[in-house]
Design a protein around this ligand. Sequence first.
Ligand code: FE2
Length: 368
Amino acid sequence: MARQISVTLARPGMQLARSVYDDKGRVLLQAGVKLSEYHIHRLRNHMAVITIEDEISEGILVHEVIPQELRVQVQKTLEEEWSRLRSQVSFKRVSFSASFAKSMRLQVRSLLEVMRGTQIIKENMASLAGYDNGTYVHSVNVTIYSLIIGVALGLSETMLMDLAIGALCHDIGKTLIPASILTKRGPLTPDEYRQMKDHAAIGYRILKQQHEFSVIVSRCAHEHHERINGSGYPRGITGEQIHYLSKIVAIADVYDAMVMHRPYREGVPPGDVMEYLFSRAGSEFDFHLVQLFGKRVVPYPIGTEVTLSDGSVGIISNIDTDMPARPTVRIIRLANGTSVSPREVDLMKQLNVTIIRSSSVSVLEGIE
Ligand SMILES: [Fe+2]
């Protein structure tokens, strides 16, 4: 994947390793393009992180859990439907377009097919989101994380379809929350926060009216912020009162929301978010589901930057599916800060070295 860098580090001449899309699924910049000052200026207004191919990351493969084409297609379907919903006056009369359920089912089948063949997620999908398409990228990410758990559990085809549609539509209620609240960069006032929390119940009411979808889909929207100890919202229900699939979506949602980059802050490193989930497993989240999630989603995705216990800094270059916590690291910088020609350290062999810190994006400049 080359590597993910903060857009503030982008320099003319760097080569983009992944295409950049807008909220309508149109290509803004094609993979392979060499960045100019103008491109960089545009990118800064669009996203926090880009994936580049440079001398440091040469040969590190781009990992895509699902093909970009399929992802963009699903995001586009969501964007079109969400825009339509936003333009409707009241959720009491809200209705989906005739083709939405059909498109959803077709696309979900394709996603499911890919996820059935996926053992483990090695990609940091947070880097795919721009500021304008973040909602849709997040919905697809939550679906992928939900499906990796659902497939591992051996759920039936029907349950997996419900899980995927429930995950894609979990935040559909946000279409009726004022944009001023959704896009606010500072902390919400108590009243704004109360309005924001309404999205769960609104989503439930919207989806309940759509008879093409199972009632479980609407429950995923209603219950994805509930926590098993009753500390969630909107109803503060507990344990078995929360549908099993909603508990899966809850984990996927928290994970992706925390790792995601925002205009005002970088994403939390995936390993730290995993720690967060484990610290709440059994209290807020289902213990078994968190365990399963931890086995299927790597703590240090390919292309992210880590600091090792000997003080050296590098990029994750390869991950063994059986031992994801001990990946191969391409060392770029020594503890004293000097740059070195990239060399690989396989942590499966170098057992005396551990990862002590990881960053959500690389802050390493090129090799001097
Ligand atoms: Fe939500």
